[in-house]
Design a protein around this ligand. Structure first.
Ligand code: CAO
Length: 416
């Protein structure tokens, strides 16, 4: 069966995580993604945090599946010529170099458009064009700090905290993928290419919009009723860190279960949503709280919310997180176990859905990766191993019309 993006050719000039996450997604859906890498070295993540000698690191293999690899030194005259041919034949070029690197290579947006007016040039940068920090190179945690995530994550008595989720990298890559697909769709209407730019700061902020909501409510009211600081603590004039609070209209917290003293993940997340109050009381064996005016509204509960959580923890003390969920699910209560990465790696449901996939790599052997989180009724996403460095160089050059002699000459000149 043909894949939805079959026939779309993408020059993948990306490295590390933000760009590769984007192009990997497009490769899963059928695009021909040609990863362009410096000869001899390749993407820095091939060798970062290796656990098998001389084999590509998981950091690389988990972000570059389903792609082809072309080695090309784009700073040589011959390398520029190959890239020029590739640009003329491709639909999309994705890059996440440091600011100005593509221009310095001689491939400005103006030049790319001259070569191929239909080209979609998609870029990730740390900050958006014209931003006061536009010249900065940026990695994940830098973006989390600049995008408002770090100042609002963690506990009130601790420092700003970054998230383990790649809000700056993979999240930005997902935004870029949406931008590319939008530009491809527009091209079907007007036949024109365009530039698509996403900054890591903006992508983080897009996920932190509820915190910008809270800043405005705080400015107006001086307090935020759903934060643990209300009503007993103090607010300053900036959105505070709220620990594990729900952040929406439902108070929630991470609660200890049986075994928490030795198992760092023996916890569940418990949400006290308004309409779930009666079932919660029944599940906890506290039916008298259902009609009690000291408990039966969100406002009434707020000043004793931590006492309520403490009571739930006493109820959880003799139940594992899985036993607790099995009881609570019968009452339709929104909750989940806190899962460790080990539990996720072995979760039969995630394996069955193709969200955790085992892939065979010629040098690394079998490894786990995260498959497509997007499920289709009419598309099957098959995850294949990431390419070895330069695995497809000769094949891609031949596709571009180079003869065997010319390919040998490019190798001899160290251009590929
Ligand atoms: N052939 C020849 N030269 C190549 C090449 C190739 N195939 N591929 C890259 N290069 C060159 C670039 O042209 C650039 O050269 P100049 O600086 O001399 O013009 C050089 O390699 C370095 O590129 P870079 O600035 O992208 O790399 P870096 O390691 O210094 O910085 C990073 C890495 C990620 C901080 C930077 O690329 C960046 O800020 N990118 C934008 C934001 C981003 O995506 N960050 C997320 C990364 S995931 O955490």
């Amino acid at each position: 069966m043909s894949k939805p993006l079959e026939g779309i050719k993408i020059i993948d000039f990306t490295h590390v995580q933000a760009g590769p996450a984007c192009t990997q997604l497009l490769a899963w859906f059928g695009a021909d993604v040609i990863k362009v890498e410096r000869p001899g070295a390749g993407d820095v993540t091939r060798s970062q945090l290796r656990h098998v000698k001389d084999a590509d690191a998981l950091y690389f293999t988990m972000l570059n599946s389903n792609k082809r690899s072309l080695t090309l030194d784009t700073k040589t005259a011959q390398g520029k010529e190959v890239l020029t041919k590739l640009i003329k034949e491709s639909d999309v070029m994705v890059e996440n170099f440091g600011p100005g690197a593509l221009d310095r290579m001689g491939f400005t947006w103006e030049h790319i458009q001259e070569l191929n007016p239909g080209m979609i040039l998609a870029s990730v940068k740390g900050f958006s064009e014209g931003h006061a920090y536009e010249d900065l190179k940026v990695y994940e945690n830098v973006a989390q700090c600049a995008g408002g995530a770090a100042s609002t994550t963690g506990f009130w008595d601790g420092p700003p905290t970054v998230s383990a989720a790649a809000l700056g990298d993979s999240n930005t890559g997902m935004h870029l993928a949406i931008g590319i697909l939008t530009a491809l769709h527009q091209k079907t209407k007007n036949g024109k290419g365009q530039k698509v730019a996403v900054s890591m700061q903006d992508s983080v902020l897009n996920l932190c919009r509820v915190k910008l909501r809270d800043q405005q409510r705080l400015d107006a009211l001086g307090y935020l009723e759903e934060y643990p600081q209300y009503p007993h603590g103090e607010f300053s004039d900036v959105v505070p860190r709220g620990g594990n609070a729900g952040g929406g209209g439902q108070p929630g917290w991470v609660l200890k279960c049986k075994g928490w003293e030795t198992d760092p993940n023996a916890y569940i997340y418990f949400t006290i949503q308004g309409h779930a109050w009666a079932p919660i009381c029944k599940a906890l064996g506290k039916p008298e709280w259902i009609e009690d005016t000291a408990y039966n509204t969100a406002e009434a509960r707020q000043d004793k919310i931590f006492d309520i959580f403490a009571f739930i923890e006493s109820w959880l003390a003799d139940k594992t997180k899985f036993e607790a969920i099995d009881i609570l699910r019968k009452f339709d209560i929104p909750c989940a176990p806190v899962l460790s990465m080990k539990e996720i790696a072995n979760d039969p449901s995630l394996r069955k859905s193709g969200t955790v996939v085992e892939v065979d790599h010629p040098k690394l052997g079998k490894y786990l990766t995260v498959g497509s989180p997007i499920k289709f009724s009419d598309v099957t996403v098959e995850i294949t191993a990431s390419p070895l460095l330069g695995q497809h160089t000769n094949e891609v050059l031949a596709d571009l019309g180079y003869s065997q002699e010319e390919i040998v000459a490019l190798h001899d000149a160290k251009a590929v």
